[in-house]
Design a binder for this molecule. Structure first.
Ligand SMILES: [Fe+2]
Length: 263
């Protein structure tokens, strides 16, 4: 559905749900904070789809994905997901009885969205396999459609040393491929639990807050931020630009654990 000559997607990221509702991570009731963010997002109109950019689950359990789907489906739009380092990426390739959409090329107006798997089982950093790079090469055509790439790990440094130890380890290959594909206008990631946007040579690199706890930007070491959870609205415009804004909860009792030093 068109919105002001563009199509609207919402990015929801890093909800870190458990198999049981009510469990806390770093003090935060992750299920309750996701519900609050989705409740806020329910005011959005004309949403074409939800982009869930990884770490939907903290424990990789089927129950946590069912719960994610139960909460987010209330937005009334298809939910597309990619795996993060905490997810069970088997479900990305074997979606039988899995509640969320299997991988597909999303086409909306004159945009194409490619969902990528950068997760490595058991590792916090990311990698795009040859097959993922080939997948981009095959689908990001040099046609009239603009392309948005979606992956969990940040492909460029975010400025926090401890998070940039968990980046995409072959980002050079990825960035070279982007350079060769003129249709690619933006790259969307999760993982870093903070909102950033950096434009490099006509390509926007965009991340979004987590729906639970945030990491303080530009820190050497692990640091929890007191900023509120939220989501990102993206309107993919017909001219290839993107209008985007982060929308945060006004207030939420995060109950962040004091003195926590790691994650
Ligand atoms: Fe995360």
């Amino acid at each position: 559905m068109s919105v002001h000559e563009g199509v609207k997607f919402l990015q929801i990221s890093d909800s870190h749900l458990f198999n049981n509702a009510g469990k806390q991570l770093l003090g935060v009731d992750t299920e309750a904070s996701l519900r609050a963010v989705v409740d806020l997002a329910s005011k959005e109109e004309n949403v074409t789809g939800i982009l869930a950019t990884g770490d939907l689950s903290q424990d990789g359990s089927m129950e946590s994905y069912q719960q994610f789907n139960d909460i987010v489906k209330s937005l009334g739009a298809p939910v597309y997901w990619i795996p993060g380092n905490h997810d069970n990426s088997d479900y990305f390739y074997h979606p039988e009885s899995f509640p969320l959409s299997s991988r597909s090329v999303i086409e909306a107006d004159n945009w194409r969205i490619l969902l990528l798997d950068s997760a490595i089982p058991g590792e916090a950093y990311g990698h795009l396999s040859t097959s993922e790079l080939d997948y981009i090469g095959k689908h990001a055509g040099d046609d009239e459609r603009y392309t948005l790439l979606v992956l969990h790990h940040q492909p460029i440094p975010c400025g926090s040393a401890w998070l940039d130890n968990m980046t995409l380890d072959n980002s050079d290959d990825f960035l070279q491929l982007i350079e060769r594909k003129a249709s690619i206008r933006a790259v969307l990631n999760g993982h870093i639990h903070q909102a950033r946007q950096q434009d490099i040579a006509g390509v926007s690199f965009i991340s979004t807050p987590s729906t639970c706890f945030q990491f303080t930007p530009d820190t050497e070491e692990f640091s929890l931020d007191t900023r509120m959870p939220g989501y990102r609205r993206l309107i993919l415009m017909q001219d290839g630009s993107i209008e985007t804004e982060v929308v945060r909860l006004k207030s939420f009792d995060l109950n962040l654990e004091p003195k926590v030093v790691g994650y």
